[in-house]
Design a binder for this molecule. Structure first.
Ligand code: ARG
Length: 459
């Protein structure tokens, strides 16, 4: 038998394979609440505009609430033959209320319907991402506050570079996740326009009120062009762009946690709650959550690329290709939210190993730059010459198997006669970080100022 929604011109029903490739109900049922919200707004507007009767609108409203409660209770029977969430809901509405259900689709198409549902769904996810990012930022701020003065090695090329503070390192991620947050808000503001009422592509001859449905659904305004309204998926792509960048930040931090929690580094201890064991090696405690967060960027960025490829060749307006937008976004959203929550939990729980951090900070001649700077300040040597002298002292310490502060004054003078014992004042790691007082620098005082600024922003 032919389709009850569009089968008027069809003599035969679809092949089973056609049904399988065509149906989206297996995944778009996740937009049931959004679909019903959109239909409620549309029906109320149709009645207000005098396009359907108030009693029909009331029957539709009540019937849709029944459908929603059936879906929420898990008693709703989704049908593949009915293709997608839109037709499943409408068919069930017809079972419940009969004839008025057939008036709901007046002045509307599945094309503006799906665009509306999906925008509402993505908007919810942007709100969830905002919540997740804020929670993670707060967890990082707590770590930064506790460890504003703990010294650790700062790296370039993963080689010890200069001492930094734990709090400074945490605050670097606060800045990154803070930019993710601002991207989330930008994307939300840009996407918050209503496609509803664009109908199939050209608008409609019915005297609909698009401002009313837009306001009802919490959109700032109706989209200005009906062709664009049903064709645009850049809101979904922007969501995936933002998610990809944020997942990249999560992944870099996850990589650091994997390194830091290793026996070779011992910078942090991850909590049992966010670690796993090995079924063969009894001693193992693995940073699986961090590793999985590190891996999530792959599927999220994959979704971003996949949807770009789906969209790039589509002529206006709607093509069925666009049905492929949802699974990518659903998967990316699920995994982004999970990664944010897991990272927040790990950061809250993790224990910095302060003595190990400090020992590592002192190794690898990390205060060589302080020595060179001291030579410039105290002896008037040009920086390039001071760099050279310091390099010779590093070579000497390396040869003796000691650190820079362990070189005797005699040893130092043998390289540069102008060195005095005042040099030892700048060679300790705590002195080194305390001196980095430039705005945004690693000095504990600067870190505390960064934390205070963020606390003020977050309120
Ligand atoms: N399930 C479809 C989708 O997700 C709904 C829109 C169908 N529109 C159409 N003209 N066939 O894109």
């Amino acid at each position: 038998t032919s389709n009850q929604m569009w089968g008027g011109r069809f003599a035969a029903g679809p092949d089973a394979i056609m049904e399988a490739i065509n149906a989206s109900i297996g995944f778009d049922q996740r937009m049931a609440a959004q679909d019903i919200a959109g239909s409620r707004a549309h029906a109320a507007m149709l009645a207000k505009a005098g396009i359907i009767s108030d009693s029909d609108a009331e029957a539709i409203r009540k019937g849709l609430l029944t459908v929603l409660s059936e879906i929420e209770a898990g008693t709703f029977e989704f049908s593949t033959a009915l293709e997608d969430i839109h037709m499943n809901v409408e068919a069930r509405l017809k079972d419940i209320i009969g004839e008025p259900a057939g008036r709901l689709h007046t002045g509307r198409s599945r094309n503006d319907q799906v665009a509306t549902d999906f925008r509402l769904w993505v908007r919810d996810q942007l709100d969830a991402a905002e919540t997740g990012l804020l929670a993670l930022i707060r967890a990082l701020l707590a770590q930064a506050e506790a460890g504003a003065g703990w010294v650790m090695p700062g790296f370039t090329h993963l080689q010890t570079a200069q001492p930094v503070t734990w709090g400074h390192h945490m605050m670097a991620y606060v800045e990154m996740f803070g930019r993710d947050l601002s991207r989330v808000r930008d994307a939300r503001a840009r996407m918050n326009e209503s496609p509803l009422g664009a109908a199939a592509l050209a608008g409609t001859g019915f005297p609909i009120d698009r401002d009313m449905t837009a306001a009802d659904l919490g959109f700032d305004r109706p989209m200005a062009n009906s062709l664009d309204a049903v064709s645009a998926r850049d809101f979904a792509l922007e969501f995936l762009n933002v998610a990809s960048i944020s997942a990249m930040h999560l992944s870099r931090f996850a990589e650091e946690l994997v390194i830091w929690s290793s026996a070779q580094f011992r910078f942090v201890t991850l909590s049992d709650r966010f670690s796993t064991g090995s079924s063969i090696m009894p001693q193992k405690k693995n940073p699986d959550a961090a590793e999985l967060i590190r891996a999530k960027i792959g599927r999220i960025f994959g979704a971003n690329v996949a949807l770009m490829m789906v969209m790039k060749g589509l002529p206006l307006a709607y093509s069925k290709d666009m049905q492929e937008d949802k699974e990518q976004v659903f998967d990316a959203a699920d995994n982004w939210m999970l990664a944010l929550a897991a990272m927040e939990g790990m950061v809250r729980d993790m224990q910095a190993n302060v003595p190990a951090l400090e020992a590592a900070a002192s190794a690898g001649f990390s205060t060589a730059t302080d020595l060179a700077d001291w030579l410039v300040r105290e002896t008037g040597l040009p920086f390039r010459d001071a760099h050279h002298v310091t390099g010779a002292l590093v070579a000497m310490a390396e040869q003796k198997g000691c650190d820079l502060p362990d070189l005797s004054l005699e040893d130092m003078k043998s390289v540069s006669d102008s060195i005095t014992d005042g040099v030892y004042d700048v060679l300790g790691v705590h002195k080194s970080v305390a001196s980095r007082m430039s705005y945004g620098g690693t000095a504990p005082e600067q870190v505390r100022a960064q934390v205070a600024r963020w606390n003020e922003v977050l309120g």
